[in-house]
Design a protein around this ligand. Structure first.
Ligand code: J2J
Length: 534
């Protein structure tokens, strides 16, 4: 009936409740508290949903799934893009206590397979519009491989009919507030993507506190242009924060200026969230003239997911005509914000400070000892909405946490005397491609399954727009072209953003003194090549 997860120790749970962080309410409360409101909650293209309608649609879907035997403690694999059905499904599953993994729409076979094998889902909700589900070929493979799968509902096919079933005899049965509500996706640094159990209590607190800091309310009109399933546009404060406050979410399928600027004007959007490369493109679009008027209603622009350069940051108020808020968060929990009344200097040059008074954040040296303010080291954190362990991953957890339950995010940071954080780099073996995270090991393993590849190492290379892109260094038994490698990975079924932007064949990979691939050396080679070609 309940899913296993690493709990907070009892004394922490007591304290988090005493302080009012954990209120023992299910996440369904975010919507049901507005159930009698006719205010517009969600706009998806031509479709509009009031709070009442959204709540009713979620209840109908919950009932339809309940009638098909889904129950508390079951799990679901969900893959929906930025469409109303994403939220209808989210709330429907919370209502009946089914914990989902919400895959990104960019995910392909490899990622979905990895999630399905970790959670053994009873339910699959996906979209015929996705290449994988255009016909039943891969679905049949997935079904054969996933004996737990009992119910399948596809958007643009059978999902709509379920949402339209009458809401007879629906029994609200969310999982208990201190149990797993759903799984968030880790950016990852390991071979298989890790899942993050999020409880109702911890996630609801992170949303409420975000709403307070970002001052979301019924006047908020939020454009959701990043992938709706990602933790940032979902909870920081994201769409769930908007729903909590009674505002309106407008969906966009991507963050391009051509799509978003007209939506901002049409729907009088006053806040949105972007990753740094999208900011560059927006600045460029405004620079080309004529767009400023379209952005007139925009008051606040949140930027996070990857490091925003100080110079780009400083251009935002002047050129986009809105306030900047930096957001440094992670699906594992901890979220830092610059505050709305912070001085410009701090907003432009720091990634903010933790949102909760009970976020414990400190900087460790390589031996795990605390460093003084201002020094650069490993980010260590624990708190009322930071998880205590990846799902079913005892070995990885042993490395990712210290003995006191502090999570080591793999980020290298400095904290100033006022508690503000600047992100200085990264220790985890991950590439941050404009906010999209690539676990090097995952791609290296796939590369090694190619018959001609003997050794493989994926490293980041600097990119003026994306911040980072990926380069695969490979040792091969015969000449292989970059296009062949990319085609090979695509055929294995991996999200496009994980395909190496560049492939370098070398005779051997440099090794460190202990015999590991020397990625620092590889990055230096790349940097030298890039500066030579400039
Ligand atoms: C530098 N690096 C950053 C920033 C995240 C809000 C905002 C973002 C995420 C997110 C999120 C960064 N500057 N401003 O979940 O709720 C890098 C760090 C971090 C990792 C987490 C949210 N903001 N990062 O990006 O789980 O390396 O969450 O550890 O995808 O992104 O990635 P993810």
């Amino acid at each position: 009936m309940t899913l296993p997860y690493t709990r907070w120790p009892d004394d922490f749970a007591v304290r988090y409740r005493e302080k009012g962080y954990w209120r023992d309410l299910p996440l369904t409360d975010i919507l049901s508290r507005h159930a009698s409101s006719d205010a517009t909650a969600l706009v998806d293209g031509e479709r509009r949903f009031s709070y009442r309608e959204l709540e009713q649609a979620a209840t109908r879907l919950a009932g339809a799934l309940q009638r098909r035997g889904l129950k508390t403690g079951d799990t679901a694999l969900v893959q929906l893009g930025n469409v109303a059905e994403f939220y209808i499904t989210l709330f429907a599953l919370w209502k009946i206590g089914v914990a989902s993994v919400n895959a990104l729409f960019s995910h392909q076979r490899t990622e979905l397979d990895a999630y399905a094998s970790q959670i053994a889902p009873a339910l699959l909700i996906a979209d015929r519009e996705h290449g994988l589900f255009g016909d039943d070929a891969w679905l049949e493979t997935l079904k054969a491989r996933t004996p737990s799968l009992r119910v399948i509902a596809l958007r643009n096919d059978t999902l709509e009919a379920l949402i339209d079933e009458p809401a007879d005899n629906v029994v609200a049965s969310p999982s208990a507030p201190d149990e797993v509500a759903f799984f968030q996706l880790s950016g990852g640094s390991t071979g298989t993507p890790k899942l993050i159990p999020r409880t109702h209590n911890d996630y609801y607190y992170s949303i409420r506190r975000s709403v307070e800091i970002c001052r979301f309310d019924s006047e908020t009109r939020y454009l959701c242009a990043l992938p709706a399933a990602h933790n940032y546009p979902m909870s920081s404060p994201g769409a769930l924060g908007v729903f909590f406050g009674g505002g309106c979410v407008v969906l966009a399928s991507d963050p391009s200026a051509t799509l978003c600027f007209p939506l901002i004007e049409q729907h009088q959007i006053n806040v949105t969230a972007l990753v740094p490369p999208a900011v560059s493109l927006w600045l460029q679009a405004v620079g080309e003239g004529g767009a400023d008027a379209q952005l007139a209603s925009l008051k606040l622009l949140q930027v996070g997911g990857a490091r925003l350069s100080d110079s780009l940051a400083a251009r935002i108020p002047a050129e986009l005509g809105c306030q900047l808020q930096q957001v440094f968060g992670m699906a594992e929990g901890l979220v830092n914000y610059t505050r709305l009344d912070d001085p410009d200097e701090r907003i432009f040059t720091t990634q903010g400070r933790p949102m909760s008074p009970d976020d414990e954040v400190w900087v460790a040296d390589e031996n795990g000892e605390p460093l003084p303010p201002g020094e650069v080291g490993r980010l260590m954190t624990r708190g009322p909405y930071t998880f205590r362990g990846y799902y079913n991953s005892p070995e990885h957890n042993a490395r990712a946490f210290d003995k006191n339950g502090f999570y080591c995010s793999g980020d290298l940071i400095a904290i100033d005397e006022q508690g503000y954080i600047t992100v200085k780099g990264r220790e985890k073996d991950q590439i941050n491609r404009g906010g999209e995270k690539i676990a090097a090991e995952e791609i290296e393993n796939l590369l090694l399954s190619h018959e001609a590849i003997v050794h493989a190492a994926l490293v980041s290379m600097e990119d003026s727009l994306m911040g980072e892109k990926s380069c695969a260094y490979i040792v091969t038994s015969r000449p292989v072209k970059a296009v062949e490698i990319r085609r090979f990975l695509r055929e294995l079924g991996v999200a496009d953003f994980k395909l190496p932007d560049r492939v370098e064949r070398v005779d051997e990979l440099p090794l460190t003194a202990v015999g590991k691939v020397d990625k620092k050396q590889l990055r230096q080679w790349l940097a030298a090549r890039q500066s030579a070609s400039e």
